[in-house]
Design a protein around this ligand. Structure first.
Ligand code: XUL
Ligand code: CO
Length: 436
């Protein structure tokens, strides 16, 4: 099997190289902040976009050839697995992420789907050993089949809930079998179209019950990794319950799921929620729930999830700045939840897309390191809040100040005229001078 035989292995050649099949910034073994770039970035291939998506949209049929065999769905899945490892191997990507239905076809019954998964995961396990690749995370596709049109864990019908629970149980078992250290919940249709037909309180309670059961079962079968929730505000549903990082945090707190659950932040989901990618990462880091990243980008002129490959250096820099500050990845990594455009429809384009994304993050990592090593941004922020390090400010910070005490203190001040500049433009120009 040699699906990508016309494509060479991709290696680092440096910024001056004009070889399109080379990395100009991603130098896997070069050290940065004490780790190799490879260890820091932990790139992962998304099985669905990379191996399955044919470039369809609401107006058009597939434009990209993703057929691996015409001898039935199982043979296709097997050949797809060989192609996936050939692809990762040529790019030097160590991890992959998958939905159950990406790797093995759905059967007529859940039992048949599960048998398909057993057979294909045996093959994946042997390919992982052969190529030295790992699973970053697994998940269940509980949104494609029409049974899930009203949701899975938030379905108004208990049979749908039960079916989803059983499907997720198997997807978790397969993730564990393949050695994955994380399991993702993206609430594809866990939301509503209209409140006129929706019992939001029951739906959210049920969702929490499902996550609790999966957590408990996972721990019972020896899964020691993280569960992640991936926030997204809308699409496919009008309103999704896992709207953004703050909403998910409130949910995890309410239902006592913190500790086992962290967040998987996707760039384009952040922008759809009206936030920057960096904002969502910061919310996670501030609350100890930073888990993993779905690396992509949207388009400011389009209001949907375009899942484009990330190439904006400012974005990747500020992302890696937050990742470094959060202590780097543990069980998570950078999964390219991104697809080549419908018009970029050759095998070469698939490689160019990954090269562009990996280079953008490698460059972002180096730029973030520069900002941190330069120190001006950090020391500006520290100085901006220094009044909380002593006197009345320290009492406020420590939680020992009372309202009466603050009133007495304020009376002693006369007027307060100590507002100092936030120096936004100056700081932005420092970042630019370090980047370019
Ligand atoms: C959809 C999305 C999913 C999840 C996994 O917007 O991001 O691919 O990452 O189900
Ligand atoms: Co995603």
């Amino acid at each position: 099997m040699n699906f990508f035989k016309e494509i060479p292995e991709i290696h680092y050649e440096g910024p001056e190289s004009d070889n399109p099949f080379s990395f100009r910034y991603y130098d896997a073994n070069a050290k940065i902040l004490g780790k190799t770039q490879r260890e820091y970035l932990k790139f992962a291939m998304s099985y669905w976009h990379t191996m399955c998506a044919g470039g369809t949209d609401m107006f058009g049929e597939a434009s990209i050839e993703k057929t691996y065999s015409r001898e039935g769905a199982m043979q296709n899945a097997k050949n797809k697995a060989y192609a996936a490892f050939e692809f990762m191997n040529k790019l030097g990507i160590d991890y992959y992420c998958f939905h159950d239905r990406d790797i093995a076809p759905e059967g007529d019954t859940l039992q048949e789907s599960n048998r398909n998964l057993d057979e294909i995961s045996d093959l994946l396990l042997s390919l992982q050993k052969e190529y030295g690749k790992k699973v970053l995370w697994g998940t269940a596709n509980c949104f494609y089949n029409k049974r899930y049109m009203h949701g899975a864990g938030t379905a108004p019908n208990a049979d749908v809930f039960a079916f989803a629970a059983a499907q997720i149980k198997k997807a978790l078992e397969i993730t564990v079998k393949l050695g994955g250290n994380a399991y993702v919940f993206w609430g594809g249709r866990e939301g509503y179209e209209t409140l006129l037909n929706t019992n939001t309180a029951l739906e959210l309670d049920n969702m929490a019950k499902l996550l609790t059961m999966v957590r408990d079962y996972g721990r019972k079968i020896g899964f020691k990794g993280d569960f992640y929730i991936e926030p997204k505000p809308k699409e496919p549903t009008k309103h999704q319950y896992d709207f953004d990082a703050s909403t998910v945090l409130a949910f995890l707190r309410k239902y006592n799921l913190l500790g086992d659950f962290k967040l998987n932040i996707e760039a384009n989901h952040a922008t759809l929620a009206g936030h920057t990618f960096q904002h969502e990462l910061r919310v996670c880091a501030d609350n100890g729930v930073f888990g993993s990243i779905d690396a992509n980008r949207g388009d400011t002129l389009l209001g949907w999830d375009t899942d484009q490959f990330p190439t904006d250096i400012y974005d990747t820099t500020m992302c890696m700045y937050e990742v470094i500050k959060a202590g780097g990845f543990t069980n998570g990594g950078l999964n390219f939840d991104a697809k080549s455009r419908r018009g970029s429809n050759t095998k070469e384009d698939l490689f160019f897309s990954y090269i562009a994304g990996m280079d953008a993050f490698a460059l972002g990592l180096r730029c973030a390191e520069k900002i941190i090593n330069d120190g001006r941004i950090d020391s500006f922020v520290a100085k901006r809040y220094e009044s909380y390090e002593s006197g009345i400010g320290k009492k406020i910070k420590d939680g020992t100040a009372t309202l009466e005490e603050l009133e007495k203190y304020a009376f002693s001040l006369g007027d307060v005229t100590t507002n100092t500049s936030g120096r936004q433009e100056y700081l932005e120009s420092i970042v630019n001078s370090l980047l370019f």
